[in-house]
Design a protein. Structure first.
Length: 344
């Protein structure tokens, strides 16, 4: 016979089995908020404005409370695509927000490396010479990338947003907006092809001097393991890359590649399509090419976002930037120069 103390509830279950404790509450209920739209946020859609300010709330919930009229702008009902104006008063109803999952914070060393890589900064934006091997943002098994490191190093920054992306193994210049108005301006400049980006790529073989542009449509697809790839395909999106030979070495050519369009893996796939894959490219270079490059001392993808030409948001002044190679890229070029003599 079992006994219990007064007020103690009996637990039932199989002998030797304990009932699981109830799951901890990982969310919280917010209070009604009244938010004022600042000038830098003017022009943003209401749904995007809310998504940025009530983290952890599903998009479906955001749309539901707007549809029910619980979100008000200047005390009036609105639609999700309503564009906000500076000074608008936005009522945000109580909502259950998921507690943010604690992730490892970037250490002080990596924060210092990223801050030292900043090559330009003003009140509107900054430009970083991203090291090879660092993703531009966390995800896909990565706790953090360039943007998370910058945010950790600058906890008082009101906004830091990527303007565009680089592949993880590509080094070079990346633009980061410090104001939403700058983000909108720079992304529109990219869409209108008014920002010029020039990459340096070391490709396998002797690039034909007559090939100065590649116009081939590119199609994204996935391998059975979920890995993302791109191929030349008539069903893909129109893509154009301009090429110029900078130097020729024994077995390799150093190219300037200037993408007119901005497709995923564009330079890598266009180069490989021409029979001259980028050295160190584990996605688009064959095994024999990879082996030869490693034997020559190669340790990384030889693609570097070398230069940017743009108009600065706010002031409208022109800006030209050039980022030096990292030690690994420069060492390969030096070895090739020594092996080949003076480059052509």
């Amino acid at each position: 016979m079992t006994s219990s103390r007064p007020g103690q509830k009996q637990r039932h279950g199989k002998p030797g089995q304990t009932r699981p404790e109830p799951a901890a509450d990982t969310g919280f209920r917010s209070e009604v908020q009244w938010l004022t739209v600042d000038p830098d946020t003017a022009g943003q859609r209401l749904d995007n404005f809310l998504m940025a300010r009530v983290r952890g709330v599903p998009r479906s919930v955001i749309y539901r409370v707007i549809r029910k009229g619980e979100v008000r702008v200047n005390k009036g009902r609105v639609r999700p695509d309503t564009k906000l104006n500076a000074g608008d008063q936005v009522r945000v109803p109580p909502m259950t927000q998921k507690a943010r999952e604690e992730k490892p914070a970037p250490g002080s060393r990596v924060q210092g490396v990223m801050e030292a890589a900043v090559v330009f900064e003003n009140a509107e934006m900054l430009v970083v010479n991203k090291p090879s091997g660092i993703a531009v943002h966390g995800g896909s098994g990565l706790d953090f990338g360039l943007i998370e490191v910058l945010r950790a190093a600058r906890p008082d920054a009101r906004l830091l947003e990527l303007v565009h992306r680089l592949d993880r193994d590509t080094s070079g210049l990346v633009m980061v907006a410090k104001k939403r108005s700058a983000l909108r301006f720079l992304q529109e400049e990219l869409r209108q092809k008014r920002i010029r980006k020039h990459y340096h790529a070391l490709v396998e073989g002797d690039w034909p001097a007559a090939v100065t542009a590649v116009d081939e449509p590119l199609l994204r697809y996935e391998l059975p393991n979920g890995e993302r790839r791109v191929r030349v395909d008539a069903a893909g999106k129109a893509s154009r890359t301009l090429y110029r030979v900078l130097a020729r070495y024994q077995g390799y050519s150093l190219m300037q590649a200037s993408p007119v369009t901005g497709r995923t893996h564009q330079i890598r796939v266009h180069s490989a399509h021409c029979g001259h894959p980028i050295a160190g490219d584990d996605k688009y270079m064959d095994d024999s090419g990879q082996k030869a490059f490693r034997a020559a001392g190669g340790q990384r993808l030889m693609l570097h976002a070398r230069a940017l030409e743009l108009t600065l948001p706010g002031s409208g002044e022109p800006l030209s930037l050039e980022a030096p190679y990292d030690d690994a890229f420069a060492a390969v070029i030096e070895r090739l120069e020594a092996r080949s003599g003076s480059p052509d």
